[in-house]
Design a protein around this ligand. Structure first.
Ligand code: HSE
Length: 406
């Protein structure tokens, strides 16, 4: 029998215990032995909880117990979670986590430590919630050159954007609902300003390049500037708006990585990924496009991915088999040089000036249809990021909204 400890008895922690309990028979069959929760570390007590007798407050009991070979770190944050993870790995105990912030920030060090100690640091649940994307990228593209990974990696923002699109919902109300459903991060900024998706993009980019990718070097923009009028323009043009993480390996081998709202055609494979679902599109040179779809947030989907890692660790005691990356930083491309189309919304009286500044011809301008409130939306010709930004600065307040087009 394998004994595990769970660090943190919050949403994901209680999900881990529930998955281990409810799917006991399948887990036993797949792991080759029973997996049992011996300790649950939390600051709180849980009187009346069926597992209250496993709740402890002293981390050292876990560290000093040789029966514990696998630890689930589902506390979140980068303070105690980092220290506990490090101590577990140093003691040769494998750690399975959903903590994307910690993986993105200290993954390189923790992966190296796990390799040194012949145990594993696994983080399937850190990207795409329950979607098995990490293991697939690691194990199933071994005959491929991955060229790009494009993902809807944040369930909360996808939920908000979907509600805004289909129900014309108010942004604040949709965010509140996502929080009530247990999708959101503790601080809403982490979701809505794109930081959570950025951490996940850093993890995927590191996996693809085999090198560390700093979140600070990934250009990140959130969804708080997306307005109902933008959805109106998108709908009128057979498009939708999604918060995408776009990680591409360019011809020169450099990594271009960005998180931002994108307007994309209704035919794009990610366009139909709605609600709290996540989608990850992997483009590789022999296979072409493959897409992974599933629940990107929530208690049981996330816990399921953590437990799948636990099973992997139990099956591979004493061996390092985890996905990961080495030391050294990935070489990043200059985003400013990237070329693309942009959608722009302006006030009616400024439309002509703005459209001309972006190079639309008179005929194109004449064909534009007015949005509600007398505003106009249009799509620019292909431009470099830096040139687009320059034009926006010149035009100032005239630009009410701007969104990249995929
Ligand atoms: N807040 C995250 C999301 C949770 O909404 O996707 C899962 O990482």
């Amino acid at each position: 029998m394998a004994n595990v400890a769970v660090l943190g008895y919050g949403t994901v922690g209680s999900g881990v215990v529930e998955v281990l309990e409810r799917n006991k028979a399948e887990i036993r069959k797949n792991a080759g032995e029973e997996i049992s929760v011996k300790y649950i570390l939390d600051l709180r007590d849980f009187p009346g909880d069926p597992f209250e007798d496993r709740v402890i407050h002293d981390f050292n009991r876990i560290l000093e117990d040789d029966e514990i070979q696998v630890v689930c770190e589902v506390m979140g944050g980068v303070g105690a979670a980092y220290q506990f993870t490090k101590q577990c790995l140093m003691a040769g105990k494998s750690v399975c986590t959903s903590n994307k912030e910690l993986v993105a920030r200290h993954g390189t060090e923790l992966l190296a430590l796990a390799r040194e100690k012949c145990c594993n640091y696994m983080f399937e649940a850190s990207v795409g919630g329950g979607i098995p994307i990490i293991r697939n990228i690691h194990n199933s593209y071994t005959a491929e050159q991955i060229r790009a990974v494009t993902g809807i990696l944040n369930g909360t923002t996808n939920y908000i954007l979907s509600k805004m699109e289909t129900e014309h919902a108010d942004y604040t109300e949709a965010l509140k609902q996502a929080q009530e459903l247990g999708y959101a991060e503790r601080s809403p900024e982490a979701d809505v300003e794109g930081h959570d998706a950025c951490r996940k993009a850093a993890i995927l980019s590191a996996l693809v390049t085999g090198r560390e990718v700093d979140t600070e070097r990934i250009y990140t923009e959130g969804i708080s500037g997306v307005k109902p009028a933008d959805f109106e323009f998108a709908a009128g043009n057979g498009m939708t708006i999604k918060l995408l993480a776009v990680c591409r390996i360019l011809e020169d081998g450099k990594l271009s990585a960005m998180v931002a709202p994108f307007m994309l055609s209704g035919n794009h494979p990610l366009a139909s990924v709605g609600d709290v679902f996540n989608g990850v599109l992997v483009s590789s040179n022999m296979l072409g496009d493959t897409m992974f779809y599933g629940r990107g947030a929530g208690k049981l989907p996330t816990a399921s991915a953590v437990v799948a890692d636990v099973v992997d660790c139990v099956q591979n005691r004493g061996r390092s088999v985890m996905a990961g990356w080495g030391c050294g930083k990935a070489e990043m491309a200059d985003i400013e040089e990237c070329e693309r189309l942009f959608y722009v919304r302006t006030a009616a009286n400024a439309f002509g000036t703005a459209a001309k500044a972006f190079g639309l011809n008179a005929e194109h301008i004449a064909r534009q249809e007015c949005l509600r409130d007398g505003e106009y939306g249009f799509i620019t010709p292909v431009m470099k990021e830096k040139d687009f930004r320059g034009k926006c600065l010149e035009l100032g307040d005239v630009i009410l909204s701007r969104i990249r087009v995929m």
